[in-house]
Design a protein around this ligand. Structure first.
Ligand code: PRP
Ligand code: MN
Ligand code: MG
Length: 181
């Protein structure tokens, strides 16, 4: 087994499942935004993989921009404190904005982000996330496009990190307790 494999207990979602689902979501998004300009906003750093695969599944033009926010630091628990590390380059007033996230855990990050973006008077703001942990929700987040609901366990891969590691895994897997205990 590789170094990374020794740190994992179970693959929850395979690379193939992720890519298949993202292609379905891209088709749905294309239908919903037909005839409209679309700005997709990736939330760094976790959303990098989702953004890359989702955006390349579109057969239409989309603009991409990025925000960097952080609520977790290096720990495993949400602090509830959201910081803007990098703001958008784009003025989103009267634009259709689709936020792209890797995961909704407590919902604190997106609750904060949606209200922040709404205050800039966009034409619309919707959310697309690859994963969601329904059992971890502290705030109900209205998500329009969702890839997979997953159990409330410490998961890594496909953008999801533990202390900045494991983002480059192609699948999503549970982290072995020896890594974080
Ligand atoms: C993670 C994840 C989401 C957020 C979800 O980001 O990528 O953005 O936490 O958690 P929440 O629903 O409890 O707010 P993180 O703050 O770890 O930054 P990162 O994307 O750079 O890893
Ligand atoms: Mn994130
Ligand atoms: Mg993180």
């Amino acid at each position: 087994a590789s170094d990374i494999d020794k740190d994992l207990t179970e693959i929850l979602v395979t690379e193939e499942q992720i890519l298949t689902r993202l292609r379905e979501m891209a088709e749905e998004i294309e239908r919903d935004y037909e005839g409209k300009d679309l700005l997709v906003v990736g939330v760094l750093k976790g959303a990098v993989m989702v953004m890359a695969d989702l955006a390349r599944s579109f057969s239409r033009h989309v603009e991409m921009d990025w925000m960097a926010v952080s609520s977790y630091g290096s720990g495993t628990k949400s602090s509830g404190v959201v910081r803007i590390l990098k703001d958008l380059d784009t003025d989103i007033s009267n634009r259709h904005v689709l936020i792209v996230e890797d995961i909704i855990d407590t919902g604190l990050t997106l609750t904060w982000l949606v209200s922040n973006l709404q205050s800039r008077k966009p034409a619309s703001v919707e959310i697309c996330t690859a994963f969601r942990k329904p059992d971890a929700a502290k705030m109900a987040v209205p998500v329009k496009y969702i890839g997979f609901d997953i159990p409330d366990e410490f998961v890594v891969g496909y953008g999801l990190d533990f202390a900045e590691k494991y983002r480059n895994l192609r699948c999503v897997a549970t982290l072995a307790p020896h890594v974080y205990s």
